[in-house]
Design a binder for this molecule. Structure first.
Ligand SMILES: Cc1cc2nc3c(=O)[nH]c(=O)nc-3n(C[C@H](O)[C@H](O)[C@H](O)COP(=O)(O)OP(=O)(O)OC[C@H]3O[C@@H](n4cnc5c(N)ncnc54)[C@H](O)[C@@H]3O)c2cc1C
Length: 509
């Protein structure tokens, strides 16, 4: 299996649970790609109804229900407000029909039904909502998640079912009967045997095909989606507003920040995912000015990131292309390469079940239909913030505390993580480098804390607990976290300065 994003992780889990000998290879780290850069919704996608993609919406809504049950610590109900403006380009009857179909397609759901709110009730429910031109609003339910943790949970489940995971292992080619892999930690290349190769490299699937000697035209069309993170909001209610350009603008409260997005722009990525361009940051600020009473100031933008959708090639704007995933089989030396095209975070499990059945002929319903994801079984300790990150596996952190009280101490005052979580990630969750640990195990909506003292303290623990002889030098390791964060968010300081002086000039004029 190539790629430990959500698709590769779910495919690896499904294959291992079905008793297949499975190897998961990841060139960077678990969820280093788009699977840590999504809108973090587990949803049917109201917008896809407008494009007539009913089968996808139905499947996604059924998976949403399943995930609420099997991973309650990672996937939680999210009330959403959909304001209806005079100029929003969607008629109120369309929205009501949409939410009615949404609940019909969902079937029996544990989530409350939608209801229509007056302008006054909507403004009270979501303080700061733009009320000029507001005609009414709908309240409906979806679910939110933490994408990188959901991906990690699938990898942990795969490994517990017998899969071998190697991160920092890049597939660089094929040979007769397997793949060539470059270990990016030791810089050594090895040949690995494998009968069937699944290519779940996300935005890099076509690059992987070419490395495997396939010269046929690209299978995917890449579209960039950016997000910005604003300061935290009180309450659980999110916003999903249709804009005049027919996109949906989300404003989603998370612990520590408010996630706002997204864009949908054709962008052929050369290399790894990069930061959101200035045009996306400006666009999102304007779009937020459409749905909020006050357009956010540049200084309100605390973090940002961009992800790349690997959509099936097709005509029309990227937003109109079907998000349903499928696989394409092609001949490579010594066997077949199966490439994943498209897909949603929400439907990772059902897609994996279908795909493994198609490729390997597995029969009958998959055990993953009823098996909880790691941490998903057991009592719901909703009052403990640690439970929301680790679920019933919170006992693994608590047992560290029993042996050493320091494990209960907060690592730094700017993020909620305790030292026990850092130690647990290094011992049990395949964090190899200091950047793996700070960026993708201690995951926060604002990114890692970049204060020098905090990073240096974390590095002290890293050196004590790491499993591999990497990132010895504290200065170099700290710089790697700063560089990794900047690679995700871009130079926000420069953008803030440029945007603030532009706003001042406009005000003076
Ligand atoms: C802006 C945006 C918002 C989204 N919001 C949502 C949402 O709210 N809900 C939802 O359900 N879906 C959402 N999606 C869709 C969803 O996030 C993606 O479909 C999903 O994360 C893609 O997962 P993936 O595993 O295919 O790719 P990735 O997560 O990109 O994983 C591919 C992995 O392959 C690795 N790799 C690449 N080349 C190699 C190689 N040669 N050898 C080994 N490994 C390699 C990469 O390092 C990477 O880790 C969103 C997508 C975007 C872009």
């Amino acid at each position: 299996m190539i790629g430990a994003g959500i698709q590769g992780a779910a495919l690896a889990r499904e294959a291992a649970v079905r008793g297949l000998s499975t190897l998961l290879l990841e060139s960077r780290d678990i969820a280093a790609g788009t699977s840590s850069r999504s809108s973090r919704l587990v949803h049917g996608g109201l917008r896809y109804l407008r494009n007539g993609h009913f089968a996808l919406v139905k499947e996604a809504l059924h998976e949403r229900e399943r995930l609420l049950r099997l991973a309650p610590h990672l996937v939680r109900a999210l009330p959403m407000l959909m304001p209806f403006y005079r100029d929003s380009g969607v008629a109120r009857w369309q929205m009501r029909l949409g939410t009615w179909m949404y609940s019909r397609l969902a079937g029996r759901s544990t989530l409350p039904r939608s209801r229509l709110l007056s302008t006054t009730a909507a403004a009270q429910a979501f303080p700061g909502l733009r009320t000029t031109g507001l005609k009414s609003a709908l309240e409906f339910y979806d679910a939110r998640t933490q994408d990188a943790r959901l991906t990690l949970a699938n990898v942990v489940a795969a490994v517990e079912a017998g899969c071998t995971l190697v991160n920092h292992a890049e597939v660089v080619g094929v040979h007769d009967g397997g793949v060539q892999v470059l270990d990016r930690v030791s810089d050594v290349e090895v040949a690995i045997q494998g009968k069937v190769i699944l290519n779940a490299a996300g935005a890099a699937v076509d690059a992987v095909r070419r490395r495997c000697g396939i010269e046929a035209e690209n299978l995917v069309r890449l579209s960039r989606g950016s997000h910005v993170v604003l300061p935290p909001r009180a309450g659980e209610l999110a916003l999903a507003a249709f804009l005049p350009d027919e996109r949906i603008q989300f404003v989603i409260p998370h612990d520590g920040g408010t996630l706002c997005g997204t864009t949908d722009v054709d962008d052929d990525l050369a290399g790894d995912e990069s930061a959101p361009p200035v045009a996306d940051l400006d666009y999102l600020r304007e779009a937020l000015g459409y749905v909020l009473e006050q357009k956010p100031e540049p200084s309100d933008v605390k973090f940002a990131y961009a992800g790349w959708r690997a959509l099936p090639r097709g005509k029309g704007p990227p937003g109109s292309l079907n998000r349903e995933a499928f696989i394409v089989a092609e001949q490579v030396p010594g066997g077949e390469l199966h490439t994943v095209v498209g897909g949603k975070l929400t439907t990772h499990r059902s897609f994996a079940e279908r795909t493994i059945a198609k490729v390997f002929g597995t029969v009958g319903p998959s055990p993953t239909r009823t098996q909880a994801l790691p941490g998903g079984a057991g009592p719901r300790e909703v009052d403990d913030p640690l439970w929301w990150r680790h679920g019933s596996r919170v006992g693994q952190i608590r047992s560290l505390v029993v042996d050493d009280m320091q494990m209960a101490e907060q690592l730094c005052m700017h993020r909620p993580f305790v030292i026990g979580e850092l130690v647990h990630a290094l011992r049990n969750l395949a964090a190899v480098t200091f950047a793996d640990l700070m960026l993708r195990r201690l995951v926060h909506v604002l990114g890692p804390c970049l204060q020098d003292g905090c990073l240096r303290r974390a590095h002290g623990w890293f050196v004590r607990e790491r499993q591999w002889p990497v990132d010895d030098d504290c200065d170099v390791a700290v710089a790697s976290v700063r560089d990794g964060t900047r690679a995700v968010s871009g130079d926000l300081d420069a953008w803030r300065k440029a945007s603030s002086s532009e706003s001042n000039e406009q005000e003076q004029a």
